[in-house]
Design a protein. Structure first.
Length: 322
């Protein structure tokens, strides 16, 4: 039942209808299987990285501590959006989301996405200290500092998301309830508001723009110093080894930052057709991150082999004799 508002001529919607992604309705079963495969790979890959980092004593450096946080964030970020997309591909009822559910999804998405943004910045700072100030690094990036930086990223992401969620759902929604998108995000939800959203859009552009631009500038500055330090290394092998620890991080940063710029700098252009960039950084990038870090990192690959070999030995030891 719709909820009554102060104006008797207006009612606040009790639910929204997610229109989903374009071109998926004609082959819904095929796209369901595709998203199911992607989601399975994403969750399995990121949880495997998380377990490996948490259990292997050789991966105790701050870089792997932050990588564990990133893997957990990626698994959760994919879980916020992909299961609802799959439900919408199965039935029309799967496309329906309650007003409260929409608010929760929007909060969780921006909480995880903004936390990941801050985490990439912290990871760049970690690489800067490790490469540019190696003697000072063990003291500056001790266990307490790592825990503190990780905690700050989570707390800041929670506050940042709470501000945008409260501003978005403080507005009145009385009319159309079809969201031309595949999940509840700020631009498509604001288009349904029965009120002036210019202030919300200004706050969104200013806040998200400042946060994203600030984090990206800090990452770029960190890598300017890193590149300068690497170029001072005399041997080609030394330069290659140092660069190999940074390329994975740079790759995921580029994959993460480019699509949101296309979305949030043009909030009025958001719609079902604008879902492709969002699919990339909410669905594809979380799936690719485990592969990027394992393929570019020999220590992680060795740790994965140790974990898998240990598991296979335990299963063989626990099996009954023939």
């Amino acid at each position: 039942m719709p909820m009554e508002t102060e104006n008797p001529n207006q009612t606040m919607v009790s639910h929204f209808f997610l229109e989903g992604l374009m071109y998926t309705a004609e082959h819904s079963s095929l796209f369901f299987l595709l998203f199911l495969l992607i989601y399975t790979i994403t969750v399995t890959g990121n949880l495997l990285i998380l377990i490996t980092v948490g259990s292997d004593p050789h991966l105790r450096s701050p870089m792997y501590h932050f990588l564990g946080h990133l893997s957990f964030l990626d698994a959760c970020l994919s879980t916020v959006t992909v299961p609802k997309v799959m439900a919408g591909l199965l039935t029309l009822d799967g496309k329906v989301i309650s007003f409260e559910g929409c608010a929760i999804q929007l909060y969780c998405f921006h909480f995880l996405a903004s936390t990941e943004c801050f985490l990439y910045t912290v990871m760049a700072y970690d690489r800067y200290l490790a490469i540019c100030q190696p003697l000072h690094y063990p003291v500056a990036m001790n266990r307490r500092m790592c825990a503190g930086l990780a905690g700050i990223t989570w707390a800041t992401g929670a506050v940042h998301s709470a501000i945008h969620t409260s501003l978005t759902f403080h507005l009145l929604y009385c009319g159309p309830h079809h969201i031309a998108y595949f999940f509840c995000d700020i631009p498509p939800v604001l288009k349904l508001a029965c009120a002036d959203t210019s202030v919300n859009e200004l706050v969104m552009l200013a806040s998200i723009g400042i946060v994203a631009a600030g984090c990206l500038i800090l990452i770029i500055v960190s890598y300017v110093f890193i590149v300068a330090a690497v170029l001072r290394i005399r041997t080609a092998e030394g330069r290659r080894r140092v660069f190999s620890t940074c390329t994975a991080h740079l790759t995921v940063v580029l994959l993460y930052y480019v699509p949101p710029v296309c979305i949030y700098l043009q909030p009025r252009a958001s719609g079902a057709g604008a879902g492709a960039p969002a699919v990339f950084y909410t669905v594809v990038t979380p799936m690719l991150n485990p592969f990027i870090y394992t393929l570019r990192n020999k220590e992680v690959k060795r740790a994965l082999r140790r974990l898998l070999c240990h598991g296979s030995r335990e299963s063989q030891a626990g099996s009954p004799p023939p």
